[in-house]
Design a protein around this ligand. Structure first.
Ligand code: SF4
Ligand code: MG
Length: 312
């Protein structure tokens, strides 16, 4: 059973340079109590999917498709309903804690915000809840920590505070957009473990957006690979790391340090120009004539979906 289903999502931005097709016909499913990792290079449309689900896209975006969450299409509900879903039923952890936290408010005030917004808690109650959440996230001396300001916290502490706040009301879905960006390896491991533990305790599902394959491997059940706004492979995590099928997935794995760090040559196509054929063909060592002119569809193969003529 799925918690969230995205059907044929398209997002286009109107810019001075032209139309940017950021998300092209994306369909996906996030099952109950599982984690789906959305991976791919920066700028491939991953964050735009997160913003679409939460309806946080800027005004120059045109969106169509369906986003079904617990029986409702989030693209059709009114703004009041959406505001009650955001932060309560669907929580987001943004990629940059120093931008997500407001420098002029204390940590305790900000972590306790969901209780004030959604449960009419007063100031004291919300601070008490913050103390509880910070200790749950294993922050030292939570009673003093709530009185501190983001600049007095390290990057890792701020990220833990944000995770604590996001999980405050036991959301059914957690969207974590590059939650470990800019942190060092030891911290990444701790934060990811805490995030996963919290998800399991609350029986939530998670959409994890990351370009860090090590992070995706450690906590996801499913991997969805995006390239130039499209899904190119959707696969159980174990199978992805054992036998990636799409040439781009294979390239991503080859670029890991443990596999000799062979980066994929070339660059992703601009999202403005209309590249014909398979979007990966300029970088693909297997590209043949057909790949330059025809667009491959997403095909079901051995329990996964792959967009590539090699498996036609
Ligand atoms: Fe490579 Fe062709 Fe497959 Fe695209 S469709 S990934 S160009 S082999
Ligand atoms: Mg992003």
């Amino acid at each position: 059973m799925s918690l969230l289903t995205v059907e044929r999502l398209n997002v286009v931005f109107t810019t001075h340079q032209g139309k940017v097709k950021a998300v092209k016909n994306v369909s996906m499913t996030i099952p109950h109590q599982e984690t789906l990792a959305l991976i791919g290079e920066t700028g491939c449309g991953k964050s735009v999917i997160a913003q679409s689900i939460l309806r946080l896209l800027p005004s120059n975006a045109q969106i169509n498709g369906r986003i079904l969450f617990q029986g409702r299409d989030l693209l059709l509900v009114d703004e009041k309903t959406m505001a009650s879903i955001r932060g309560k039923e669907i929580a987001i952890i943004f990629q940059n804690p120093s931008l997500a936290l407001n420098p002029v408010y204390s940590i305790g005030w900000q972590v306790g915000e969901p209780f004030r917004i959604h449960q009419s808690a007063n100031r004291n109650q919300s601070i008490q809840e913050s103390v509880r959440l910070l200790s749950y996230m294993k922050l030292d001396k939570p009673e003093s920590a709530v009185k501190m300001y983001p600049f007095e916290f390290s990057g890792g502490m701020n990220q833990r505070a944000l995770i604590a706040s996001a999980l405050a009301l036991h959301p059914n879905l957690i969207i974590a957009d590059e939650p470990t960006q800019g942190l060092d390896r030891t911290l990444i491991k701790q934060i990811i473990e805490q995030l996963d533990r919290a998800r399991k305790i609350h029986s939530s599902s998670m959409l994890l957006i990351t370009h860090d394959l090590t992070v995706a491997r450690s906590i996801s059940d499913w991997i969805m690979v995006m390239y130039a706004g499209e899904i190119v492979e959707q696969v159980p995590t174990l199978d992805f790391f054992q036998s990636p099928m799409h040439p781009y997935s294979q390239g991503l794995l080859q670029s890991l340090p443990e596999n000799g760090f062979h980066p994929i040559p070339g660059q992703s196509p601009s999202m403005i120009e209309n590249l014909s054929g398979c979007q990966f063909h300029p970088r693909c060592q297997w590209a043949r004539e057909q790949c330059r002119w025809e667009r491959p569809g997403l095909l079901p193969i051995n329990g996964r979906m792959v967009r590539c003529f090699l498996y036609d």
